[in-house]
Design a protein around this ligand. Sequence first.
Ligand code: BGC
Length: 363
Amino acid sequence: MKKLSMIFMFLMLATMSVFAKSVGIAMPETHVLRWIKDGESLVKEVEKRGYKGLLQYGNADQAQQNQQIQSFLTQGAKILIVGNVNDGVVSVVNEAARDKVVVVAYDRIIQGTTNYSAYITFNNYKVGTLQGQAIESALNLGAATTAAPKYITLFAGSPTDANANFFYQGAMDVLNPYIKKGVLKVIGPYPETYKDTANFQRIATENWSGTLAKTRMENLLNNDAAKITLDAVLAPNDTLGRAIIEACKADAKYKSKLPVVTGQDAEFDSALSIKNGEQYMTVFKDTAKLSEAAVILADAIANGKTPEIPGAILAEGDLKEIGYTGTGYVPAYLLDPIGVTKENIIIPVNAGFYTAEEAAKLK
Ligand code: BGC
């Protein structure tokens, strides 16, 4: 009897996996750790809803990711959830659209076309605002004077990732007034906005590479910043933040006091660094919530229903630009990021963002 029901179960599962519709999940890279979590939780979310999840990482290489997406299409995927590397993804997105496949841009907007269903991300402008505000309060910029100004160096994310623009602008809209007043001085290039392309390129970090950020920081410390002590470094994410801290730690000047360094993603190593008083802050974007929201969205679109996504707002008004692809607008759904310092590091811990072993080290 037991054997028979086992055989029955096996046949059921085998039939389900043959008939289950597939969802292709294309994530950009693994050198920034968040994407590993994103990938795993996306697979979990699609499987919860009876789909089969096909997951691939693009190794920060768009040609490679395009091949992966093409192979999802060949395998009959009816939904694609794509965290793209850059706008080179457009050709395969157009192919998917021709096949009536539902494409949802995940975390990063797909630029250069509106030929896809929707975009889901966090409020990326607010991510930057939180970083700027953390610097503003840590340096007590409100009380700073031109006689004793504070010094900052600016870093931005990948120049091919539109998120990097919003992160930067959110932070600079907080910091620019202090720079204008002369109480905050920028060491190194100063793009007032991301639209100052020439200067933005100078502070941008190709492919969000920690190695490149570390080298740029070392050069700054040995040149432009050699004669002053930096009070803060605007770092757009944890990978770059930690690379910058490493460079500072090798400089005798910062042995007893590191500059205030920002971050994003609440990666475990950064959370620990915050707890230990090195990195100043991070921004917690709950990838479990984002992946759940992305799958609810894709599933609703695939079934012709109106998506109802808990905790997400549609990007409108001032936020509408987040859904601008360069050729038009796509519906963009935004989740809310949370700023995290030593004081509230327990928030991602309590949200279940870390493994039990990691969480124990953060308590
Ligand atoms: C994401 C960040 C991430 C960065 C590097 C951005 O598009 O929004 O969370 O740190 O890419 O992977």
